[in-house]
Write a new protein. Sequence first.
Lengths: 482, 305
Amino acid sequence: MQNLPKIVSERLRGAVIKEHPDADVLTAFSERSLPAQERNSVMDHLSRCADCREIVALALPESQVTEVRPHRGSGNWLTWPALRWGFVAAGIIAIASLGVMEYKRQTLQSTAVNKSPIEEGVAKQTENRPEADPAASANGKGETTSPTALTLSDSAKTSAKTTKKEFGRPSQFTVMSAPSRDDKAGIRGSIGGPLSGRQLSHGPKPPTQWQLNNSANSYSNNEAFSQSQPVAPAPPPSSSGASAGSEIRGQAAPAAVGAKSADEEKKSEVVDALSRPPALKVQSTTNRNESEVARAKPAEAAAAPQAGPTELDQATSAYEVSSGALSNFSKSATLTPQSTRWAISAAGTLQRSVDQGKSWQDVNVYGPEAQAGANLELAMRTSRGKAVAKDKSDTKQREAPIVFRAVAANGPDVWAGGSNGFLFHSLDAGLHWVRVEPTWSGVLLSGDVISLQFADAQRGRILTSSNEIWTTADGGQTWQKQ
Amino acid sequence: MTSSKVNPAVQSVVRELLAELHKKAGCEKVGLSRDSFAAILSEVGSKHGATTENEARTFILSLRVDELALARACAAGDNSAWEIFLTRYREKLYLAALRIAREDSAARELADTLYADLYGTNTREGQRVSKLASYTGRGSLEGWLRTVLAQEYVNRYRRTKRLVSLEEESEEGVQFRAPEPEPAAVADNRLSQATDEALAELPSEDRMVLSAYYLDGRTLAEIARMLGVHESTISRKLDKMAKSLRKQIMAGLARRGMSRRQAEEALEADVRDVQVDIRRSLAQESSRSAFSEKRVEARVPEGEG
């Protein structure tokens, strides 16, 4: 682009100008709040006056190039480099825990023998002929898994506390629900026990090679299994959930199918829970190991369907807990809207303060879901699912950053306007935003919104850079242009 | 405060909107009476030169009345207004000065000078005149403060440039300074005419981008932020303009009776220098700013002494 004839630079220099626009006008120019006509005349001056160009350049606000995008992801650690290290760490943990479990198996086996004769029989059977074990064969797992599984189910049986200690993982809930079902199910325990136990051992764990290979298998087998056995519907969601969580490639579809095969009563809820993982993932800011949380959350959500019909309440509560912890925006829902202050940053970002202006946070008018969706997309790289597709379109929309110019608030009723006629309205103090496109006798609002005034929630007035005044008397339902 | 030629259209609009705006601007907080606020509004409106009532209304409504009220209350010497002003802008002012001057002591001096101006150390007819009285609320007060700082800085640089002695110049490495651009040695003024013509046809924004990039050596990011558009837009624009300008000039030369080859030669002769020229203008820019920093620094003892 340097290919400009020298003569052009020479002639651009032009003559020195005596009259300069005053500071007010220059400020309004760089804030883009001048009407189009005046902006042009200032532009004309700037094109000829080096001094004023320098003034405008020097007076630019602090560089916020990275912050201009209103959708800074809150989950920066969900990037691939971070995830890779997370995998490495998780792998090490997996190997270590396998070693520990292998060791504990020796000690626990003896207690298991004392505990229940039924289990003992199964255990013995498994030890002798692992292939003959119904659970093991149904799931197409190798020999190595079933003994481990058995001990785990034993431990689950003996006491939930022990299990907690052993795992210390977010999947405690699943573990706790397993014994209660076993008790109820009686005879099923011998089959369901090992199954659920095995699921436990793999649910929260990172993917090892054989699990990745087998997860698809085990899933289809389990589904087949579910036709004949009433216990079986429980495991599939868990296994697919575990693989969705640990494999990251996102087998969201199998998980959903698995959920369908689960109890009909909870179907909608389960699907809901499964469709939420993006939000769960991104917003979870607990102090747990990062990558573990990222994987454990979907597993937890998937754990809900795993619990049998008797645990409906518990399952629901599990879902509620996880959804309750998921979002800092849900917290803000409890704020009194009156205490919220609104401002536009120098770079044109919409900002909100809930502590009387002491600190300000950027507000994303496209909402937290969109934000979460973008991160999900990044992390999962999956093209499946309506939610993701919707988020994609949102992402496209958001590619042009909105530069806000004006904001007006009446309690929870907030209006924000900016470049290119962007106008957003929120009825709940910025929790949800709706894009408003004022029209009047077929004409769309054009130009930048440079001023917004709302006397109350109903009556408002907008000024645009194209020198138009738009008014509404019914909270933005209809508009008049003057 | 009221100017002699108050516009009737402006006044009627001010009367119409006064109650609403007075409340919105929070005038009570800064001790601004309704009448003085009305006077301020009509002064600002008249200065803008709106003729019709509609124009005046649009203009008055676009003002940032709250910041205008605050600034004018400060100018009038209201203590509570000053308190608000200082808590809100003191920190920002120093930060902005630091960004402009890029050096702490110079920034401090710059900001202090502005404070003096804002408070109004200059007196006229026994009344101190605050610079805040010239704020009209067209842009944000914060942006205005930054602009005023930048103006002060640029003016000072222009003043001090003349004060550089020959001795100092040689000390400070004048050899790095590019020579003043020699007047275009264009034997044939047809070329410059054609160029002027092509430039005049450009929209002012394009010309501004060209000047900022090629003359001032601004980066794409800076230009983009000055205009509030994306960097890539500027980059595309520059590319496109370099091409179209060349074509336009060639066409202009052809109209002036130059053959294609002659025209190409006339242009090409310069193109060889373009790279150098741009680098030179960039170098000039940076050496100039390095210079001005030193100048300001050098002025500090002067100002205090």
